[in-house]
Every structure is written in structure tokens, then in C-alpha cells.
Design a protein around this ligand. Structure first.
Ligand code: KG4
Ligand code: ZN
Length: 332
């Protein structure tokens, strides 16, 4: 096999991720630089600042992983080609494609969501195909029937806000800094689950689509109705988290029943959520289904998942021409 060691590059949003995946040894080196501090005071990612910071960080990180494995170059390069912020994607795509050209090795542009949904395969206990995947990130909420690498059938998706986006927007209402998903989950631990009950959107009718935008309005109205209640913020956080977790769990159960699959893979930033993990485990156990999660560090954006997805694609014989492609919108 020509492509043993693949360098993966992720720059679709606000993390500069670099890793080397080795077909024989697995992940052999990785680096992640997060720009969270850079964007925090703006309350969200500023695209131009993100691109410029990727320019600054990327090449030194590539140097570091190559030095760590003692290699002058890898056998192939994979970079996130989309979807994501156009400028940020361009940095990873131009650097990745150009390095591959200079080194005389093949390059491949990877779909960011494919990276997320293959991430659980980096674990020792990797899932086999086929499986149902729940992809829950800041930009996407999707249920996908996965039969092989590159064989993805969309079962359902969010019609408005993604689950992570709903977490972040509600966190902002609660006065938490961006991205507030993890902080909201922490606040919810002190909340009383019995005080408020939020709706479970679109669960009272058939289908596998989601709608989360109404929950932040519900949170806002609830916060306004309680005024300066000291415990209120934690109780609202808890009610919101319970509603999202319940809704995702109900739809996963439905997707498993509809497809007859016995494996569930959960990926994307929101899959780091503890309560979601526990609920999905319980549901899966009750239905003799196995559920697979990436480790928390591979739930959010990283270079390892891109290196792995690129390795699978290059191993299957896929290569790209010399055109540098970034696709800010790109269906899976
Ligand atoms: O996959 P990801 O790193 O980036 C995208 O591709 O969007 O996901 C980031 C999202 C953010 O919305 C963040 O708030 C959310 O994942 N997130 C969480 C948790 N950790 C990260 N949401 C809920 N609970 C968490 N523990
Ligand atoms: Zn992502």
C-alpha cells in the first residue's frame, strides 16, 4: 500500500489541527491549537481573524508532527476541504495541497463531517459498518445511515439551529462566554430538573428531522419570567439540556428502529456532553444496540479525524488533481 502515513490538516473553523495517521501504528503524532481565546470577546468566531491565525499556526505545527515521527514528509496529505469558513478552509487547502505537490505525494480534500463521523474508528473498540450515526456539532445535526466509507444516506437533520448552535445561543442568554455548550452543561449540574419543563420539539409526529431554535426562545421567556432568581439560571440550563438530550435520544431510537441497525455512532462537539452520553447508553442497552463515542478530545474539531478519513480515502485509491478546492457549503 503506497500510502502508509497520512498527514491530516483541519482548519475549517477556529481550531488548527494537525496529525499523522499511520496505517500500521495508528495515530503517531498530533497537535491542536485552539483560537477560542482570540474570538471570546467577540461572542463568536470572526472569520478573518480565524484565517489569519491559521496562517500563523499551521506550518509550525506541521513541522512539529513531522519532527516527532522523524520523517521528512508523509506518504499522503489530507486536508478539510469543507464545509466551513471559506478563508479558514483556504488556508488548510492551499498549504495541504502545496505541501503534497512539493513532496510529490498524493493529496485528498476531506469532508469535515466525514472526519467527525469516522472519528470513533480511532478508538481501540472501533465500530464495524453498518451503523446509524448521530452527528451533533456547532453547525450540523444529522442522523445518517452509514454502510461504508463514503456511503451515507441522510435520515434526518435540523430544519433550523444545530444542537451545538442552540447550546451556544442559550449559553449566551445565560451570560456564558462563547462557545458556551460545555459551560452550560456544567451550570446545568446545579439545576433542579423538576422546576421547568421545556418542549421536546418535533417528537410528537413521525420523522427524523429536528428543530432546536424554539428552545432558546423558551429559555429566554423563562429567564424573563423569573427575574433575578439566583438559582434560576442553573434551573433553566438544566431544563434546556434535558430537552435537547431527550429529543436527540428519542430520534436516535426511532432511527435505529427504522433502519434495523444494531450500532449507533455519536460524533461532533455535542457528543462530548455527559448527559447525552448517559442517556444514549441507557437507550442503547434497553434495545440491545451498541453505542460508540469518540474520546472527548476527538468529539470537537481536530486533525486526527481528518488524517484518518484521508487515510481511508487514499487507501481506497482516491487522489486529487492539482486544483485547490475549498467548499464552504458541501453536502455529505
Ligand atoms: O464539532 P465542533 O467542535 O465544531 C463544529 O464542527 O461545529 O462542535 C462545537 C460545538 C459547539 O457548539 C459547542 O458548544 C458544543 O459543540 N459542545 C458542547 C459540549 N462540548 C462542546 N455542547 C454541549 N455539551 C458539551 N459538553
Ligand atoms: Zn466540527
Amino acid at each position: 500500500m503506497g500510502c502508509r502515513r497520512v498527514l491530516g490538516i483541519e482548519t475549517s473553523c477556529d481550531e488548527t489541527g494537525v496529525a499523522i495517521y499511520d496505517g500500521a501504528e495508528g495515530l503517531v503524532a498530533e497537535r491542536l491549537y485552539t483560537q477560542v481565546g482570540l474570538h471570546a470577546r467577540y461572542g463568536g468566531v470572526v472569520p478573518e481573524l480565524a484565517s489569519r491565525d491559521h496562517v500563523r499556526r499551521l506550518l509550525p505545527l506541521v513541522r512539529e508532527v513531522l519532527d516527532e515521527v522523524g520523517a521528512a514528509c508523509p506518504d499522503g496529505v489530507a486536508y478539510t476541504a469543507g464545509p466551513g469558513l471559506i478563508g479558514a478552509l483556504h488556508v488548510g487547502a492551499s498549504v495541504g495541497r502545496s505541501l503534497a505537490f512539493g513532496w510529490g505525494v498524493p493529496a485528498i480534500g476531506v469532508h469535515h463531517l466525514e472526519g467527525h463521523l469516522l472519528a470513533p474508528m480511532l478508538e481501540a473498540d472501533a465500530p464495524d459498518f453498518p451503523f446509524v450515526a448521530l452527528l451533533v456539532s456547532g453547525g450540523h445535526t444529522m442522523l445518517i445511515d452509514v454502510t461504508d466509507v463514503g456511503r451515507y444516506a441522510l435520515l434526518g437533520e435540523s430544519l433550523d439551529d444545530a444542537a451545538g448552535e442552540a447550546f451556544d445561543k442559550t449559553a449566551k442568554l445565560l451570560g456564558l462566554s462563547y462557545p458556551g455548550g460545555a459551560a452550560l452543561a456544567k451550570l446545568a449540574c446545579d439545576g433542579d430538573p423538576a422546576r421547568f419543563r421545556f418542549p421536546r420539539p418535533m417528537t410528537d409526529r413521525p420523522g427524523l428531522d429536528f428543530s432546536f431554535s424554539g428552545l432558546k426562545t423558551f429559555a429566554l421567556n423563562t429567564l424573563q419570567s423569573i427575574g433575578e432568581d439566583a438559582r434560576g439560571r442553573a434551573d433553566v440550563a438544566r431544563a434546556f439540556e434535558d430537552a435537547v438530550v431527550d429529543t436527540l435520544t428519542i430520534k436516535c431510537r426511532r432511527a435505529l428502529q427504522q433502519t434495523g441497525r444494531r450500532r449507533l455512532v455519536v460524533a461532533g462537539g455535542v457528543s462530548a456532553n455527559r448527559r447525552l452520553r448517559v442517556h444514549l447508553e441507557d437507550m442503547a442497552n434497553a434495545h440491545s444496540v451498541r453505542v460508540y463515542f469518540p474520546r472527548p478530545a476527538y468529539c470537537t474539531d481536530n486533525g486526527a479525524m481528518i488524517a484518518y478519513a484521508g487515510y481511508r480515502r487514499l487507501r481506497a485509491g482516491e487522489v486529487e488533481d492539482l486544483v485547490i478546492r475549498s467548499r464552504p457549503r458541501w453536502p455529505l
